[in-house]
Each structure stands twice: as C-alpha cells, then as structure tokens.
Write a protein that binds this ligand. Structure first.
Ligand code: ADP
Length: 172
C-alpha cells in the first residue's frame, strides 16, 4: 500500500460526509462565517456554536476539536487558514500547519477517517494550485508516518477543484 491509496478525492458538500471528523475552514473567532464554515454550522445546528463559544477562538494555523452535533461526522476539527497576502507572509507554512495540527488532533482522538475542504481557497484568497500542493504534501507526510487515519478525504466544492486535486495527487 502506498500512501496515495489512503487518499480519496470527492466532489460535493462536506457536511453530508459520514466520517469520523470533518474539518472546518473557520476564522479566528470560531463563531461561524460564510462558505464552508456557514454550511457546517447550519448543518450541525446551534449546539455547535454553543460549544465553539467556550473555545475562546483559535489562532491562524492552529486547530481545535468539537463534537459533530447534528452532523453524521462525530467530530468537527476547526482550523484557521491564512488569509492570502501575496505569499511572502508565511502563508504556505501556516496552511501546512492547519493540515498538521488537524491531523495531530485526529490522531490524539484515534480517528480513522477525516475529510478536509480546500482550506483558504475561498474568501481567504489562497491560489488554488499552491494550496492544493500544500494539502497533498501534508497528506503524504502524515500517511507515510502512519498515524490513526486510514481514510483521508479531500472534499472539493465543484468540478474545477476536483480536477485540480486529481491532477495534484497523480503528480505527487
Ligand atoms: P476560507 O475562508 O478558508 O477561504 P471558504 O469557506 O471561503 O474558506 O472556502 C474554502 C473552500 O471551501 C472553497 O474551496 C469553497 O469552495 C469550499 N466550500 C464552500 N462550501 C463548501 C461545502 N459545503 N463543502 C465543501 N467545501 C465547501
């Protein structure tokens, strides 16, 4: 088995996935927002916001875990991606850290399946190709080291993002 056999690329709404944890591309307040964050809070119900209020926010590049509430997923791992500011403000390292800290939390909870959205590629403006390379590099590094995750899913919103992930996985 190579690490790539543990990676799945799907297209659709991450809130519908039946996995141990879905990852939320949140903001530093952890109090909800637009994009995937809004979709997750709507699908999880008000219990998620109530639990998030007690977390006191999250720094960029870090991650915190909550229950999944009304989602199929047992947990939500909230991570805060960097806002793209041209690429010379540590964006790549911060984005890599989002994947690393999320996967470390998943390990700490002995989770076996996790689904990531394309962190920072929406309103945070990170160029898609660079963000996808970071996501795939971190997935490979984690899976080669053999933590608890056996299924690592990249949930792409729309066909163009799905195609980019497929190409990036093939080239990795
Ligand atoms: P960020 O602020 O980190 O850029 P966004 O939510 O604006 O977060 O976008 C991150 C990615 O999530 C984008 O590629 C966007 O298309 C995607 N996205 C939005 N809604 C969903 C959803 N329901 N499921 C999966 N991905 C989603």
């Amino acid at each position: 088995m190579t690490w790539k056999e543990h990676v799945e690329i799907v297209e659709g709404d991450i809130t519908a996935l039946d996995v141990d944890a879905i990852v939320n591309a949140a903001n530093e307040t952890l109090l909800g927002g637009g994009g995937v964050d809004g979709a997750i809070h709507r699908a999880a119900g008000p219990g998620l916001l109530a639990q998030c209020r007690a977390l006191d926010g999250c720094l960029t590049g870090q991650a915190k875990i909550t229950d999944g509430h009304d989602l199929k997923a047992r947990y939500v791992i909230h991570t805060v991606g960097p806002i793209w500011r041209g690429g010379s403000h540590g964006e790549a390292a911060l984005l890599a850290s989002c994947y690393q800290t999320s996967l470390a939390l998943a390990d700490a909870h002995r989770l076996r399946s996790i689904a990531f959205p394309a962190i920072s590629t929406g309103v945070y403006g990170y160029p898609w190709e660079g963000a996808t390379r970071v996501a795939m590099t971190e997935a490979g590094a984690y899976l080669k080291a053999e933590g608890s995750i056996e299924r690592l899913i990249f949930c792409c919103f729309g066909r163009p993002m799905f195609d980019l992930y497929q190409r990036t996985l093939a080239a990795a």
